[in-house]
Design a protein around this ligand. Sequence first.
Ligand SMILES: [Mg+2]
Length: 253
Amino acid sequence: MLGAIAGDIIGSIHEFGPPAPPGTPLVDPRSHYTDDTLLTLATMEALLEGADYASVYRRAWEAEPNQSWGARFQQWAREPGAAPYNSFGNGSAMRVSPIALWFQDRQQALEAAAASAAVTHDHPEGIKGAQATVDAIQQARDGRTGDAILAAVCERYGYETTPSLDALRASSRYNETCQGTVPPAIQVACQSASFEACMSTCLTLDADTDTLACIAGGVAEARFGVPDWAVELVQTRLGHEQWALVQRFYQEG
Ligand SMILES: [Mg+2]
């Protein structure tokens, strides 16, 4: 969704860098979309066209093989018909947000989240990360408070959070797993007072920043909406056809 794509773009230039100081601008001329956006768009395509997840994810890689894809994902994408590789990387959670919007029903959404994850990330933590992300977005869509969403996600998925965002910042360490990225992403989205605040906090964590901000951005969109400047950021960074796909997804989803 737009919030997730905006998060990926905002986090892109901080992906391999140290945590950014508070007050770092969210919009930077160098910001760009990464694999998180391409796979989020692919999930939209799967839902709109009724295509299978494995095919759209492989096509996304084929279209831009020089993005910063995970090494094992690339290997999988290169080989038609390759089996899932038991991953619990955060890739299953960063591409899943459109499913939360597409399905009204929670159970259907959770099943679809599992299906989208399982083509590559069939480890239980990989499946869980996708489901927890969809669950949090749907709860936010349904108007639940940040505290209620966070408590429910921790209980249902066995995730642990820190007492505050300051504590989260202090304990954060770079981590590319679902279980190391999804809980802090949902915590930041649930404990921030606005979309902007959520994005700003994401940049200050020691993290896989684009993916953290992508997952948090999907939840923050459902809580607060996406501000105009962030919509504009997405529109200016995406190609014409990519932007048209997003528009179509919001019209039909
Ligand atoms: Mg990325």
